[in-house]
Design a protein around this ligand. Structure first.
Ligand SMILES: [Zn+2]
Length: 356
């Protein structure tokens, strides 16, 4: 659970697998002089090259989520946020078919959210906050900056050598792998406290400027903290080490959100619209065959009643409340969309998925 693939230990974004993806991408682009010119890993065009080459590898490893509607929707929200950011990059936003609660960015403008994180969010404002955070890592070139710092002298040495010389010494492959390995580390473990705080702050500012309510990001962070406490630290290996302490982060986002709402402009949340795009979304491990079903509240409905009629168990109202970020005695307005977790073999869902 977490951001920027920092929950590598949670659900299979394994460091080793990711490293091999990045190393392959690094080799494919040749992060080194290869035509006699000085190809530096640290300029913006190199960011784009790295991203473009690694993107198909990421999709191959983690799977592209096969819903054009959801893909378009996420991309549209992402473009709306980056449009106010004065970016120099051209962005692509994609949903990957992975159950972990995660989001990450490749240099050059490639941003990914997992189906896992989408399933836990409740509105478009939260999605905008996450995409704004990831886009900030790209725009501020956090990966390149950290690589420069970590590899500075080694890279300078490498770049001082002509392509032919590197090739003849067989130096290109290990050097590219070395660069890729650093980059993969940042993406998996986060970019360090300062850059994460910058991404929080700038991302939230951009989401606000794009018209979204920044307080919804606060709600998502609080959910993450609750979830972290419930599931225990061990799932979140690396969380404390490389990301700012969640409480500190929440406090900062809280302060920031309160300042931002005082600025003029709309404060959109778009909960029902967001949830309507989640209908049929795979939920949890693929083998569990669970999906989200979006239920439209009818007059007189209660969470208990919905749990009884739709999930065959009134006690599941607590789960319903938590999933939808509601109190379990919440008054439900007719027309509200609610997420329900149903089994793939549930009759109501079969009816929906199987053409008659
Ligand atoms: Zn981050």
């Amino acid at each position: 659970m977490g951001w920027c693939a920092l929950c590598a230990a949670d659900g299979g974004w394994s460091r080793r697998r990711f490293l091999s993806v990045m190393a392959k991408a690094g080799l494919a682009v040749g992060l080194l002089p290869r035509t006699g010119g000085a190809f530096t890993v640290f300029d913006e065009s190199a960011d784009v090259t790295i991203g473009r080459e690694a993107d198909p590898e990421i999709l191959k490893q983690f799977g592209y989520y096969d819903s054009p509607d959801l893909q378009n929707y996420v991309a549209q929200v992402g473009q709306r946020v980056v449009a106010v950011s004065d970016t120099r990059f051209s962005f692509q936003f994609k949903v990957v078919d992975h159950p972990s609660v995660n989001a990450m960015a490749l240099p050059g403008g490639f941003v990914y959210v997992t189906r896992g994180i989408l399933g836990e969010m409740n509105d478009e404002a939260q999605l905008a906050g996450i995409l704004g955070h990831e886009a900030t890592h790209v725009n501020s070139r956090h990966g390149a900056k950290l690589m420069t710092k970590a590899l500075g002298s080694q890279i300078a040495t490498i770049l001082g050598v002509g392509a032919a010389a590197v090739a003849s010494r067989g130096g290109a492959a290990p050097a590219a792998a070395m660069v890729s390995s650093h980059l993969a580390n940042y993406m998996l473990l986060g970019y360090g406290r300062d850059y994460e705080l910058e991404a929080d702050e700038v991302g939230l500012r951009h989401a606000r400027r794009a018209g979204y309510d920044p307080r919804r990001m606060l709600a998502l962070l609080r959910w993450m903290r609750r979830s972290e406490m419930l599931r225990g630290q061990q799932l979140y290996h690396g969380f404390d080490a490389t990301h700012p302490d969640t409480s500190m982060r929440i406090a900062k986002v809280d302060t920031m959100a309160n300042l931002l709402i005082a600025e003029p402009g709309p404060l959109e949340v778009k909960g029902d619209e967001f949830r309507s795009h989640l209908d049929g979304l795979r939920y949890g491990e693929a083998k569990s065959q669970r999906r989200l079903k979006i239920y439209v509240v009818k007059p007189g409905d209660t969470l208990g009643g919905i749990a009884r009629s739709e999930l065959n168990e009134e006690g599941r109202r607590f789960e319903l409340a938590s999933l939808n970020d509601l109190r379990d005695d919440a008054d439900l307005a007719p027309g509200t969309r609610l997420k329900l977790v149903v089994s793939g073999t549930s009759p109501s869902l079969d009816l929906k998925l199987t053409p008659q």
